[in-house]
Design a protein around this ligand. Structure first.
Ligand code: MG
Length: 384
Protein backbone atom coordinates (compact mmCIF):
# COMPACT_ATOMS: atom_id res chain seq x y z
CA UNK A 1 0.00 0.00 0.00
CA UNK A 2 1.51 3.29 -1.08
CA UNK A 3 0.88 6.39 1.02
CA UNK A 4 0.70 9.76 -0.60
CA UNK A 5 3.65 11.98 0.21
CA UNK A 6 2.73 14.82 -2.15
CA UNK A 7 0.72 17.48 -0.31
CA UNK A 8 -1.27 18.11 -3.53
CA UNK A 9 -2.24 14.46 -3.98
CA UNK A 10 -5.66 13.47 -2.70
CA UNK A 11 -5.78 11.23 0.35
CA UNK A 12 -7.47 8.02 -0.73
CA UNK A 13 -9.03 5.47 1.57
CA UNK A 14 -11.33 2.48 1.26
CA UNK A 15 -14.26 1.06 3.18
CA UNK A 16 -14.65 -2.70 2.79
CA UNK A 17 -17.99 -3.98 3.97
CA UNK A 18 -18.03 -7.50 5.49
CA UNK A 19 -20.95 -7.22 7.88
CA UNK A 20 -23.40 -9.46 5.96
CA UNK A 21 -24.44 -12.94 7.03
CA UNK A 22 -24.14 -14.42 3.53
CA UNK A 23 -26.77 -17.06 4.19
CA UNK A 24 -26.89 -18.18 0.52
CA UNK A 25 -23.24 -19.30 0.67
CA UNK A 26 -24.28 -22.42 2.62
CA UNK A 27 -21.37 -21.81 5.01
CA UNK A 28 -21.83 -21.84 8.79
CA UNK A 29 -19.60 -18.73 9.00
CA UNK A 30 -19.11 -15.39 7.22
CA UNK A 31 -18.09 -16.12 3.62
CA UNK A 32 -15.28 -13.54 3.74
CA UNK A 33 -13.55 -15.92 6.18
CA UNK A 34 -13.73 -18.83 3.70
CA UNK A 35 -10.45 -19.99 2.16
CA UNK A 36 -10.04 -20.01 -1.62
CA UNK A 37 -6.73 -21.80 -2.03
CA UNK A 38 -4.57 -20.70 0.89
CA UNK A 39 -6.11 -17.25 1.41
CA UNK A 40 -9.43 -16.14 2.78
CA UNK A 41 -11.86 -14.21 0.59
CA UNK A 42 -11.10 -11.12 2.69
CA UNK A 43 -7.31 -11.50 2.35
CA UNK A 44 -7.66 -11.80 -1.45
CA UNK A 45 -9.74 -8.61 -1.46
CA UNK A 46 -7.28 -6.75 0.79
CA UNK A 47 -4.32 -7.88 -1.33
CA UNK A 48 -5.81 -6.21 -4.42
CA UNK A 49 -6.45 -2.95 -2.56
CA UNK A 50 -2.96 -2.94 -1.03
CA UNK A 51 -1.40 -2.94 -4.52
CA UNK A 52 -2.89 0.52 -5.22
CA UNK A 53 -2.32 4.06 -3.93
CA UNK A 54 -4.92 3.69 -1.19
CA UNK A 55 -3.53 4.93 2.13
CA UNK A 56 -5.98 3.48 4.65
CA UNK A 57 -8.56 0.70 4.65
CA UNK A 58 -11.46 0.43 7.07
CA UNK A 59 -13.03 -3.03 7.26
CA UNK A 60 -16.62 -3.01 8.54
CA UNK A 61 -17.80 -6.18 10.24
CA UNK A 62 -20.50 -7.51 12.53
CA UNK A 63 -19.85 -7.86 16.25
CA UNK A 64 -19.85 -11.66 15.85
CA UNK A 65 -16.99 -11.64 13.31
CA UNK A 66 -15.03 -8.74 14.80
CA UNK A 67 -12.28 -10.77 16.45
CA UNK A 68 -11.79 -13.19 13.50
CA UNK A 69 -11.51 -10.27 11.07
CA UNK A 70 -9.25 -8.30 13.38
CA UNK A 71 -6.95 -11.36 13.54
CA UNK A 72 -6.69 -11.40 9.73
CA UNK A 73 -6.11 -7.67 9.37
CA UNK A 74 -3.56 -7.57 12.21
CA UNK A 75 -0.98 -8.68 9.65
CA UNK A 76 -1.53 -5.54 7.57
CA UNK A 77 -0.47 -1.94 8.22
CA UNK A 78 -3.00 0.88 8.03
CA UNK A 79 -6.11 -1.26 8.27
CA UNK A 80 -8.68 -0.66 10.98
CA UNK A 81 -11.77 -2.69 11.80
CA UNK A 82 -15.07 -1.17 12.93
CA UNK A 83 -18.46 -2.68 13.76
CA UNK A 84 -21.23 -2.00 11.28
CA UNK A 85 -24.98 -1.55 11.58
CA UNK A 86 -28.15 -3.53 10.93
CA UNK A 87 -28.23 -2.69 7.21
CA UNK A 88 -25.59 -2.33 4.52
CA UNK A 89 -26.20 1.44 4.40
CA UNK A 90 -25.57 1.76 8.14
CA UNK A 91 -22.42 -0.35 7.84
CA UNK A 92 -21.11 1.83 5.01
CA UNK A 93 -21.79 4.94 7.09
CA UNK A 94 -19.92 3.43 10.06
CA UNK A 95 -16.94 2.88 7.74
CA UNK A 96 -17.17 6.38 6.25
CA UNK A 97 -17.33 8.00 9.69
CA UNK A 98 -14.28 6.06 10.88
CA UNK A 99 -11.77 7.68 8.55
CA UNK A 100 -11.98 10.97 6.66
CA UNK A 101 -10.15 11.44 3.34
CA UNK A 102 -10.49 13.11 -0.09
CA UNK A 103 -11.52 10.09 -2.18
CA UNK A 104 -13.17 6.99 -0.71
CA UNK A 105 -13.81 3.63 -2.34
CA UNK A 106 -16.61 1.48 -1.02
CA UNK A 107 -16.24 -2.24 -1.75
CA UNK A 108 -17.95 -5.51 -0.88
CA UNK A 109 -15.57 -7.77 1.06
CA UNK A 110 -17.08 -10.73 -0.80
CA UNK A 111 -15.68 -9.58 -4.18
CA UNK A 112 -12.21 -11.16 -3.95
CA UNK A 113 -11.51 -11.17 -7.68
CA UNK A 114 -11.28 -7.37 -7.91
CA UNK A 115 -8.01 -6.26 -9.51
CA UNK A 116 -5.74 -3.25 -8.89
CA UNK A 117 -6.61 -2.05 -12.43
CA UNK A 118 -10.31 -1.79 -11.62
CA UNK A 119 -9.54 -0.01 -8.34
CA UNK A 120 -7.21 2.46 -10.10
CA UNK A 121 -9.84 3.22 -12.77
CA UNK A 122 -12.42 3.97 -10.06
CA UNK A 123 -9.97 6.25 -8.22
CA UNK A 124 -8.94 8.15 -11.37
CA UNK A 125 -12.56 8.73 -12.35
CA UNK A 126 -13.48 9.95 -8.85
CA UNK A 127 -10.57 12.41 -8.86
CA UNK A 128 -11.62 13.80 -12.26
CA UNK A 129 -15.41 13.57 -12.16
CA UNK A 130 -16.41 12.98 -8.52
CA UNK A 131 -17.22 9.30 -8.83
CA UNK A 132 -16.12 6.04 -10.45
CA UNK A 133 -18.47 3.04 -10.31
CA UNK A 134 -17.16 -0.31 -11.54
CA UNK A 135 -19.74 -1.80 -13.91
CA UNK A 136 -20.06 -4.22 -16.82
CA UNK A 137 -22.50 -4.20 -19.76
CA UNK A 138 -25.57 -6.35 -19.06
CA UNK A 139 -25.34 -9.75 -20.72
CA UNK A 140 -28.90 -10.95 -20.07
CA UNK A 141 -31.96 -9.18 -21.41
CA UNK A 142 -33.58 -7.41 -18.47
CA UNK A 143 -37.37 -7.18 -18.12
CA UNK A 144 -39.43 -4.82 -16.02
CA UNK A 145 -42.40 -6.83 -14.75
CA UNK A 146 -45.75 -5.38 -13.73
CA UNK A 147 -47.75 -6.84 -10.80
CA UNK A 148 -50.01 -8.57 -13.36
CA UNK A 149 -47.01 -10.49 -14.74
CA UNK A 150 -46.70 -8.53 -17.97
CA UNK A 151 -43.04 -7.92 -18.83
CA UNK A 152 -41.53 -5.00 -20.70
CA UNK A 153 -38.11 -5.29 -22.28
CA UNK A 154 -35.48 -2.72 -21.45
CA UNK A 155 -32.92 -1.69 -24.09
CA UNK A 156 -29.95 -3.89 -23.21
CA UNK A 157 -27.39 -1.65 -24.92
CA UNK A 158 -28.05 1.02 -22.28
CA UNK A 159 -27.93 -1.36 -19.30
CA UNK A 160 -24.95 -2.07 -17.05
CA UNK A 161 -24.55 -4.21 -13.95
CA UNK A 162 -23.01 -2.15 -11.16
CA UNK A 163 -20.28 -3.78 -9.10
CA UNK A 164 -17.91 -2.49 -6.47
CA UNK A 165 -15.55 -0.75 -5.90
CA UNK A 166 -17.53 2.48 -6.12
CA UNK A 167 -15.33 5.52 -5.61
CA UNK A 168 -16.55 8.97 -4.60
CA UNK A 169 -15.31 12.33 -3.41
CA UNK A 170 -15.53 11.78 0.33
CA UNK A 171 -17.40 15.03 1.06
CA UNK A 172 -20.02 14.25 -1.60
CA UNK A 173 -20.81 10.68 -0.51
CA UNK A 174 -20.91 11.86 3.14
CA UNK A 175 -23.37 14.57 2.08
CA UNK A 176 -25.42 12.00 0.13
CA UNK A 177 -25.62 9.61 3.07
CA UNK A 178 -26.51 12.43 5.48
CA UNK A 179 -29.65 13.15 3.49
CA UNK A 180 -30.39 9.54 2.51
CA UNK A 181 -33.89 8.36 3.21
CA UNK A 182 -35.15 5.04 1.87
CA UNK A 183 -33.79 1.70 0.77
CA UNK A 184 -30.80 1.64 -1.53
CA UNK A 185 -29.05 -1.36 -3.11
CA UNK A 186 -25.72 0.34 -3.67
CA UNK A 187 -23.82 3.51 -2.87
CA UNK A 188 -24.15 4.92 -6.38
CA UNK A 189 -27.92 4.97 -5.85
CA UNK A 190 -27.51 6.95 -2.62
CA UNK A 191 -25.19 9.36 -4.47
CA UNK A 192 -27.61 9.71 -7.39
CA UNK A 193 -30.56 10.21 -5.06
CA UNK A 194 -28.76 13.21 -3.54
CA UNK A 195 -28.54 14.85 -6.97
CA UNK A 196 -25.05 13.77 -8.00
CA UNK A 197 -24.32 11.98 -11.28
CA UNK A 198 -22.50 8.67 -10.80
CA UNK A 199 -20.03 7.89 -13.54
CA UNK A 200 -19.21 4.32 -14.62
CA UNK A 201 -15.79 2.78 -15.21
CA UNK A 202 -14.96 -0.65 -16.63
CA UNK A 203 -15.35 -3.42 -14.08
CA UNK A 204 -14.86 -7.06 -15.01
CA UNK A 205 -17.10 -10.09 -15.47
CA UNK A 206 -14.63 -11.91 -13.19
CA UNK A 207 -15.27 -9.40 -10.38
CA UNK A 208 -18.17 -11.42 -8.99
CA UNK A 209 -19.62 -11.22 -5.52
CA UNK A 210 -19.21 -14.71 -4.10
CA UNK A 211 -22.69 -15.76 -3.10
CA UNK A 212 -23.35 -19.47 -3.64
CA UNK A 213 -20.99 -22.45 -2.97
CA UNK A 214 -20.14 -22.71 -6.70
CA UNK A 215 -18.64 -19.20 -6.63
CA UNK A 216 -15.84 -20.48 -4.39
CA UNK A 217 -14.61 -22.92 -7.03
CA UNK A 218 -11.83 -21.24 -8.95
CA UNK A 219 -10.64 -22.67 -12.22
CA UNK A 220 -7.38 -20.97 -13.16
CA UNK A 221 -7.30 -19.53 -16.67
CA UNK A 222 -4.35 -21.73 -17.47
CA UNK A 223 -3.25 -24.71 -15.44
CA UNK A 224 -0.92 -27.61 -16.18
CA UNK A 225 -0.84 -30.98 -14.45
CA UNK A 226 2.38 -32.91 -13.81
CA UNK A 227 3.27 -36.35 -12.51
CA UNK A 228 6.55 -37.84 -11.23
CA UNK A 229 7.68 -41.22 -9.85
CA UNK A 230 10.92 -42.51 -8.36
CA UNK A 231 12.29 -45.50 -6.45
CA UNK A 232 15.57 -45.99 -4.57
CA UNK A 233 17.09 -49.05 -2.92
CA UNK A 234 17.57 -49.09 0.88
CA UNK A 235 21.03 -49.89 2.13
CA UNK A 236 23.18 -49.69 5.24
CA UNK A 237 25.53 -46.77 5.98
CA UNK A 238 23.29 -44.16 4.32
CA UNK A 239 20.99 -41.52 5.81
CA UNK A 240 17.26 -41.80 5.09
CA UNK A 241 16.18 -38.38 3.78
CA UNK A 242 12.62 -37.72 2.64
CA UNK A 243 11.50 -34.23 1.58
CA UNK A 244 14.69 -32.78 3.04
CA UNK A 245 14.01 -34.29 6.48
CA UNK A 246 16.49 -36.80 7.93
CA UNK A 247 14.50 -39.72 9.34
CA UNK A 248 15.78 -41.82 12.22
CA UNK A 249 16.09 -45.33 10.66
CA UNK A 250 18.73 -48.06 10.44
CA UNK A 251 18.84 -47.93 6.62
CA UNK A 252 19.13 -45.13 4.08
CA UNK A 253 18.49 -44.72 0.37
CA UNK A 254 21.23 -45.38 -2.15
CA UNK A 255 21.83 -42.88 -4.93
CA UNK A 256 24.19 -40.42 -6.61
CA UNK A 257 22.69 -37.46 -4.72
CA UNK A 258 21.24 -37.79 -1.20
CA UNK A 259 18.68 -40.13 -2.85
CA UNK A 260 15.71 -38.19 -1.45
CA UNK A 261 13.17 -40.21 -3.42
CA UNK A 262 10.19 -38.02 -2.48
CA UNK A 263 11.88 -34.79 -3.58
CA UNK A 264 12.94 -36.50 -6.81
CA UNK A 265 9.33 -37.47 -7.60
CA UNK A 266 8.15 -33.93 -6.82
CA UNK A 267 10.86 -32.40 -9.03
CA UNK A 268 9.81 -34.61 -11.94
CA UNK A 269 6.16 -33.70 -11.41
CA UNK A 270 7.01 -29.99 -11.50
CA UNK A 271 9.23 -30.35 -14.57
CA UNK A 272 6.63 -32.47 -16.34
CA UNK A 273 3.93 -29.86 -15.71
CA UNK A 274 6.26 -27.12 -16.96
CA UNK A 275 6.96 -29.12 -20.15
CA UNK A 276 10.66 -29.33 -19.23
CA UNK A 277 13.10 -32.29 -19.38
CA UNK A 278 13.18 -34.56 -16.30
CA UNK A 279 15.79 -34.57 -13.50
CA UNK A 280 17.79 -37.31 -15.20
CA UNK A 281 18.48 -34.80 -18.00
CA UNK A 282 18.87 -31.71 -15.81
CA UNK A 283 21.04 -33.33 -13.12
CA UNK A 284 22.78 -36.37 -14.71
CA UNK A 285 23.86 -39.05 -12.21
CA UNK A 286 27.28 -39.33 -13.88
CA UNK A 287 28.10 -35.68 -13.13
CA UNK A 288 30.32 -35.36 -10.04
CA UNK A 289 28.80 -31.95 -9.41
CA UNK A 290 25.71 -33.73 -8.06
CA UNK A 291 27.52 -36.38 -6.02
CA UNK A 292 25.95 -36.40 -2.54
CA UNK A 293 24.11 -33.12 -3.22
CA UNK A 294 21.03 -32.22 -1.17
CA UNK A 295 17.94 -32.79 -3.30
CA UNK A 296 16.42 -29.69 -1.72
CA UNK A 297 19.15 -27.66 -3.47
CA UNK A 298 18.10 -29.30 -6.74
CA UNK A 299 14.42 -28.65 -5.95
CA UNK A 300 15.13 -24.93 -5.64
CA UNK A 301 16.85 -25.06 -9.02
CA UNK A 302 13.78 -26.78 -10.50
CA UNK A 303 11.58 -24.06 -8.99
CA UNK A 304 13.67 -21.40 -10.74
CA UNK A 305 13.10 -23.19 -14.08
CA UNK A 306 9.34 -23.38 -13.40
CA UNK A 307 9.09 -19.71 -12.42
CA UNK A 308 11.16 -18.52 -15.35
CA UNK A 309 8.53 -20.15 -17.55
CA UNK A 310 5.89 -17.82 -16.05
CA UNK A 311 4.35 -20.55 -13.89
CA UNK A 312 3.69 -20.91 -10.17
CA UNK A 313 2.68 -23.83 -8.00
CA UNK A 314 -1.03 -24.40 -7.45
CA UNK A 315 -0.65 -27.50 -5.31
CA UNK A 316 1.41 -30.66 -4.94
CA UNK A 317 0.10 -34.05 -3.84
CA UNK A 318 2.52 -36.92 -3.21
CA UNK A 319 2.59 -40.40 -1.73
CA UNK A 320 5.56 -42.22 -0.19
CA UNK A 321 5.45 -45.99 -0.63
CA UNK A 322 7.47 -47.70 2.12
CA UNK A 323 7.01 -50.80 4.27
CA UNK A 324 9.17 -49.27 7.01
CA UNK A 325 9.74 -46.98 8.88
CA UNK A 326 6.44 -45.53 10.10
CA UNK A 327 6.19 -42.10 8.52
CA UNK A 328 3.03 -40.65 10.08
CA UNK A 329 4.97 -38.89 12.89
CA UNK A 330 7.20 -37.00 10.41
CA UNK A 331 4.72 -36.19 7.62
CA UNK A 332 4.08 -32.65 8.89
CA UNK A 333 7.84 -31.99 9.16
CA UNK A 334 8.24 -33.19 5.57
CA UNK A 335 5.40 -30.97 4.33
CA UNK A 336 6.87 -27.94 6.14
CA UNK A 337 10.36 -28.62 4.79
CA UNK A 338 9.16 -28.84 1.19
CA UNK A 339 6.79 -25.85 1.53
CA UNK A 340 9.67 -23.77 2.91
CA UNK A 341 12.01 -24.81 0.06
CA UNK A 342 9.35 -23.97 -2.53
CA UNK A 343 8.14 -20.74 -0.91
CA UNK A 344 4.56 -21.98 -0.76
CA UNK A 345 2.05 -22.40 2.02
CA UNK A 346 2.01 -25.78 3.74
CA UNK A 347 -1.64 -26.18 2.68
CA UNK A 348 -0.43 -26.29 -0.95
CA UNK A 349 1.48 -29.53 -0.41
CA UNK A 350 0.01 -32.74 0.89
CA UNK A 351 1.99 -35.92 1.52
CA UNK A 352 0.56 -39.34 2.34
CA UNK A 353 2.31 -42.64 3.05
CA UNK A 354 1.38 -46.22 2.28
CA UNK A 355 2.90 -49.72 2.31
CA UNK A 356 2.71 -52.45 -0.33
CA UNK A 357 1.34 -55.00 2.17
CA UNK A 358 4.80 -56.67 2.29
CA UNK A 359 4.67 -57.39 -1.46
CA UNK A 360 7.65 -56.95 -3.78
CA UNK A 361 10.98 -55.17 -3.23
CA UNK A 362 9.32 -52.37 -1.24
CA UNK A 363 7.27 -54.76 0.88
CA UNK A 364 10.41 -56.73 1.71
CA UNK A 365 11.94 -53.51 3.08
CA UNK A 366 14.58 -53.16 0.36
CA UNK A 367 13.38 -49.95 -1.34
CA UNK A 368 11.22 -46.87 -1.00
CA UNK A 369 9.25 -45.29 -3.84
CA UNK A 370 7.40 -42.01 -4.21
CA UNK A 371 4.82 -40.67 -6.61
CA UNK A 372 3.88 -37.00 -6.97
CA UNK A 373 1.36 -34.92 -8.87
CA UNK A 374 1.18 -31.16 -9.11
CA UNK A 375 -0.73 -28.36 -10.72
CA UNK A 376 1.04 -25.30 -12.01
CA UNK A 377 -0.83 -22.13 -12.86
CA UNK A 378 0.04 -19.08 -14.89
CA UNK A 379 1.80 -16.50 -12.76
CA UNK A 380 -0.26 -13.47 -13.76
CA UNK A 381 1.07 -10.95 -11.26
CA UNK A 382 4.75 -11.69 -11.61
CA UNK A 383 4.95 -12.67 -7.96
CA UNK A 384 5.46 -16.14 -6.64
MG1 MG B 1 15.92 -40.58 -7.85
Amino acid sequence: MKSSTDACSPVICAVIVCAGKGERSGLPYNKVLHHIGHKTVLEMTLDAFRQTKIGHITVVTSEADFSAIRDITAAYDDISVVIGGATRSLSVQAGLNAHACDIVLIHDGARPYVTPDIIDRAIDSAILYGSGIAAVPAVDTVKRVQPDGVAHSLPRAQLYNAQTPQAFRYAEIMDAYTGANGTFTDDAEVYENAGYSPRLVDGSYDNIKVTTPNDFIVIPKSCRIGVGFDVHRLTESRKLILGGVTIDYELGLLGHSDADVLTHAIMDALLSAANLPDIGVLFPDNDDKYLGISSITLLKEVLRHVESGGLKIGNISAVIIAQKPKLAPVIMDIRSSLACALGIDVTQINISATTTEKLGIIGEGNAIAASASCILTENTNGQH
